[in-house]
Design a protein around this ligand. Structure first.
Ligand code: GDP
Ligand code: K
Ligand code: MG
Length: 292
């Protein structure tokens, strides 16, 4: 018997959705930082076994749209309810109760099984953990609850086995050697964006989009040229930094990760371009793969 299906991971920003997906897949498909809005797209991570294929989808966190980019991000979250065989709703220890009753009703009415994962239990005492489990049991009585630590891989395997149990009998949807639906350039863009999130303060990371113009693979080396798009000249100056030092650091950190990811030597060239108000411009957003 072969089982296969789609599993969507939803939850507030920063609860650990991307960390969990990477733990399931065993590869860093989704970038992770402590900042909200790190994940902008829906990313598929595919876990293959002889008799199963689990297609996980990591979504941006649930947020209220404040500008057009965020609205488009919320479309990913909405569609996550519609096309899954199983839903993972992730919360973290100490998370303030969501006020959004409409969201909870959606979970209660869900026609597919929902697993509630209470994440980051490595940060909590046994007492607090039990309290929190009780709280969620009252809030969502019909949902299975699993305390986990995505970061420390605690209970992750058990949750994965439960997922396979719950998935329908079905042939595979993707070739068995496929890990994700995203092209190589996507991982280059995301890796650079992660380094920008880590290296710059305030609003800078949110004004940035990355586009890889060249991805040229040779036998032992991959040559990459990517452009970092910002909204204003001042942002361009900040990204580049004094004598180019800041940009150089981003390039070095990205190269290190990409060499691990692709298993090849990487040569990376970064430059910065001003593209006014790309965040509010629907055509630009389409070009970068949102609204799809
Ligand atoms: P997302 O926004 O829901 O995708 O969350 P991320 O996966 O990007 O994680 C947000 C932050 O929480 C990062 O700093 C992670 O390292 C951290 N994190 C994720 N899972 C755990 C966990 O199980 N324990 C702890 N202590 N931190 C975690
Ligand atoms: K995050
Ligand atoms: Mg994420």
């Amino acid at each position: 018997m072969h089982k296969a299906g789609f599993v969507n991971i939803i939850g507030n920003p920063n609860v650990g959705k991307s960390t969990l997906m990477n733990a399931f897949v065993g590869e860093k498909l989704s970038i992770i930082t402590s900042k909200a809005q790190t994940t902008r797209h829906r990313i598929l991570g595919i876990v293959n076994g002889d008799d199963f294929q689990v297609v996980l989808s990591d979504t941006p966190g649930i947020i209220k749209p404040a500008y057009e980019l965020q609205e488009s991000m919320m479309d990913f979250v909405k569609s996550a309810f519609e096309d899954a065989d199983l839903l993972i709703y992730m919360v973290e220890i100490g998370e303030k109760e969501l006020k959004d009753e409409a969201f909870f009703n959606k979970i209660k009415k869900s026609s597919v099984p929902v697993l509630l994962l209470l994440n980051k239990i490595d940060t909590s005492s046994q007492e607090v953990l039990e309290e929190q489990i009780q709280l969620w049991k009252e809030k969502l009585p019909e949902v299975e609850i699993y305390p986990i630590s995505a970061l420390q891989n605690f209970n992750v395997k058990e949750v994965f086995n439960r997922i396979i149990e719950l998935l329908p009998e079905s042939p595979a949807f993707y070739p068995k050697d496929q890990l994700t639906d995203k092209p190589e350039r996507f991982f280059v863009n995301e890796t650079i964006r992660e380094k920008i999130l880590l290296n710059y303060k305030k609003e800078i990371p949110y004004a940035v989009e990355v586009e890889t113009e060249e991805f040229f693979e040779e036998e032992k080396i991959i040559r990459i040229r990517s452009v970092i798009m910002v909204e204003r000249d001042t942002q361009k100056g900040i990204i580049i930094g004094h004598k180019g030092a800041a940009l150089k650091k981003v390039g070095m950190q990205a190269r290190e990760d990409l060499e691990k990811f692709f298993g090849k030597q990487i040569h990376i060239e970064l430059y910065v371009k001003v593209n006014k108000n790309w965040r509010s411009n629907a055509n630009q957003l389409k070009r970068f793969g949102y609204n799809q």
